[in-house]
Design a protein around this ligand. Structure first.
Ligand code: GDP
Ligand code: MG
Ligand code: K
Length: 286
């Protein structure tokens, strides 16, 4: 018996609200969190002896910019105080949807993936080896159809198992960004962890990545921790500047570009191994 909070994240139109509605029915209320830039909705569910509060972002976010999608996801994760993140993906568009998915994985919170739109996927004839993909990511995957609620119970039960620490496959994989960037991540993560900066349950590695990616919000938050220091006196910024310069000299491109390329490479590699698209109909010319 337990009481858990699950937050829904994912790209716009991946099916979050459909899953939220299928799971919570009429049992919903608009949440009121201080200082949150996005509205939130909470719904309560009982599964056997367990109580689950599910969190969604109502409204349509036509914010298709990658960085905006990620900012919304991260706000819900950090402020929603969620035990488990349910990241919803349009399974017919995994290459794009996993870009956000992997960034959420990098936050290091317990997680489940909903491969939604599985009705469309089936129609397309594409077959995904979710068992292999789940092993690769170290995260459970469930097929869902948000529109009619198919698979939503199983998804919630999976998330409950993760929340209770009962799931065998919850070892989150991390993208390997290459020797120099990994070294920079390691040293920045250590500095972030040692500082007075409040990690809010998010992995130090994620903060290190965001710093190397020149993420405005995280740069600002790290800067706020040392109001008395000039940026030059701040050990985190000093390390960031020297590592960034090193990486840029080595690759001829900034760290953010390399990180983004490697993240895509990881996703494409994972999908190449696990997704089988139907062969295009052969055109008979003879
Ligand atoms: P959100 O932006 O992530 O909250 O996505 P919504 O739940 O609003 O869904 C976006 C659109 O996709 C809506 O028109 C839904 O009816 C539709 N939709 C959601 N889930 C599914 C699904 O599993 N299969 C199909 N075919 N459509 C879906
Ligand atoms: Mg929605
Ligand atoms: K970013």
């Amino acid at each position: 018996m337990g009481s858990f909070r699950f937050a829904l994240t994912g790209n716009p139109n991946s099916g979050k609200t459909s899953i939220f509605n299928a799971a919570t029915g009429a049992n919903q209320k608009v949440g009121n969190w201080g200082g949150v830039t996005v509205d939130v909705k909470e719904g309560n569910i009982r599964r056997g002896n367990d109580r689950v509060t599910l969190i969604d972002i109502p409204g349509t976010y036509s914010l298709s910019a990658y960085t905006m999608e990620e900012l919304v996801a991260r706000e819900v994760i950090i402020k929603g105080d969620a035990d488990v993140i349910i990241n919803v993906l349009d399974s017919t568009n995994l290459e794009r949807n996993l870009y956000l998915g992997v960034q959420v994985m990098e936050m290091g919170r317990p997680m489940v993936l909903a491969f939604n739109m599985s009705d469309e996927l089936k129609r397309s004839g594409t077959v995904i080896d979710t068992e292999a993909l789940s092993r690769l990511f170290g995260i459970p995957i469930r097929f869902t159809v948000g529109r009619n609620g198919e698979g939503v119970r199983e998804l919630l039960d999976e998330a409950i198992r993760v929340a209770k620490g009962e799931h065998p496959a919850t070892r989150q994989v991390s993208v390997n960004y290459g020797k120099e960037i990994e070294a920079a991540i390691e040293s920045l993560a250590e500095l972030v962890e040692k500082s007075s900066f409040n990690l809010r349950g998010i992995s130090p590695r994620w903060y290190a990545l965001k710093l190397l990616e020149r993420d405005d919000e995280i740069l600002r938050k790290v800067r706020e921790r040392v109001p008395a220091d000039s940026p030059d006196d701040n050990v985190i910024f000093k390390e960031l500047e020297s590592r960034s310069k090193e990486i840029e000299q080595l690759y001829g491109e900034d760290a953010a570009t390399i990180i983004s390329e490697r993240r895509y490479g990881f996703i494409i590699g994972a999908l190449n191994e696990t997704v089988n698209k139907p062969k295009a109909n052969r055109i008979n010319i003879s």
